[in-house]
Design a protein around this ligand. Structure first.
Ligand SMILES: Cc1ncc(COP(=O)(O)O)c(C=O)c1O
Length: 377
């Protein structure tokens, strides 16, 4: 049996061909056309957000522009380099979006939830590094304690933003992160639990940020006659085909989440048992958090190379994901770091296992049996 790392959840061609056929026939394939506008309405209904989510061509551009919008709101010139507190343990895209805005990532640690740990970050450290934004990341769909993070950000005068690219549908105390009053982004990439093939969205709170972001994704244009621009935006509009797929998949979000919950309920006891027997450690999920598990991370007690090789030999694809970005070639030694002791202790030992929306019992049994054999448990 072969298990891929992801199995994108996509509609059948018959479910989308009429809509896409119409777009091709009338030439309205992009530029904020009907399906994109409907997608934003449907997402607003799903998130019950104050403003319509703004959709983008991908999650990274949504994040890049969200940071750019805040930089502008904070009155910083495009050449100013203030600090953005961010966990090192994330996807390179998080850090690239900061650096591409000419800002400085200021790396901090994570805790057992694998999300940001602010307990090791002092006010002096933030001041020394001129930190103005705190960017939390919902790795694997997990969330930190949002209320604690809010207190920390208020105390230190930081703007709190969320890179929730992997955390569609995740909640804290039953509410989406944007209900706590913070701006966030999502990715709708094909690998995500909910997808539009490529795509992303930013959900923001005030009218000003909303207007800035609407302009940024269209080159920064504030008027269309001459195409005059007031901030240098980059074209990051979503195409109609993605919105059509996004709308279709959103109709099935309950089905997606129900399936994932059933699979998570099977994974959890198996991996808790391995933890009790001392073979691995699991990611902690706070009791207030709903995590839909984009991948199922396990932390080995040793470096993961041998385990990864064994899984590959058994045709189960795994990923060494997420990663410690402060050690990536492009970022190594270049930016300030607070204590990264937890990140350092897990970065070479963590492995993401597949957990698909559609997965039959035979596949789950194969995964569990293969892992049991490895640990001889
Ligand atoms: C934490 C994080 N940020 C940003 C991104 C970028 O999203 P996209 O692939 O839609 O550009 C990802 C995608 O995997 C991610 O996991």
């Amino acid at each position: 049996m072969k298990l891929n790392i992801v199995r994108p959840f996509l509609p059948n061609i018959s479910e989308i061909q009429d809509s896409f056929g119409e777009c091709l026939a009338n030439g309205m394939v992009t530029n904020n056309s009907a399906h994109v506008r409907l997608f934003e309405e449907n997402l607003q209904h799903y998130f019950q957000s104050k403003h319509k989510p703004l959709v983008f061509n991908n999650g990274e551009m949504a994040l890049f522009h969200l940071i750019q919008a805040w930089k502008y709101k904070l009155g910083a010139s495009s050449h100013e380099h203030f600090g953005v507190l961010v966990p090192s343990f994330t996807f390179s895209g998080t850090i690239n979006a900061i650096v591409s805005n000419n800002l400085k990532p200021v790396f901090c640690d994570i805790n057992e939830t694998l999300t940001i740990d602010i307990t090791k970050v002092s006010s002096e450290f933030l001041k020394e590094n001129d930190v103005k934004i705190c960017l939390a990341v919902g790795v694997y769909g997990n969330l930190p304690d949002i209320e604690l993070l809010e207190v920390f950000c208020i105390k230190n005068g930081l703007i709190l933003l969320f890179d929730n690219a992997p955390a569609f549908a995740s909640t804290f105390k039953g509410k989406f992160p944007n209900h706590y009053g913070f701006d966030e982004i999502y990715s709708f990439h094909a690998t995500k639990i909910y997808n539009s093939m490529e795509g992303g969205a930013a959900i923001v709170h005030d009218e000003e940020t909303y207007q800035i972001l609407s302009r940024l994704r269209e080159f920064g244009q504030f008027e269309k006659v001459r195409g005059d621009v007031d901030i240098p935006g980059l074209n990051s509009k979503m195409q109609e085909i993605s919105a059509i797929v996004g709308n279709k998949n959103l109709e099935k979000i309950d089905f997606i989440l129900d399936n994932r919950k059933q699979n998570i309920d099977k994974y959890k006891p198996f991996f808790s048992d391995l933890e009790t027997k001392g073979f691995i450690r699991n990611m902690k999920v706070l009791s207030e958090v709903f995590c839909p598990y984009l991948y199922y991370p396990i932390i080995l007690h040793e470096e993961a190379t041998q385990f990864v090789k064994y899984m590959e030999e058994n045709e189960i694809a795994v990923r060494r994901y997420y990663t410690a970005c402060h050690s990536l070639t492009c970022y190594k030694g270049k930016y300030a770091e607070s204590s990264l002791s937890f990140t350092e202790s897990i970065k070479d030992n963590i492995v993401s296992l597949p957990i698909h929306t559609i997965m039959n019992q035979e596949e789950i049994d194969y995964l569990f049996n293969t892992i049991s054999k490895y640990f001889k448990s």
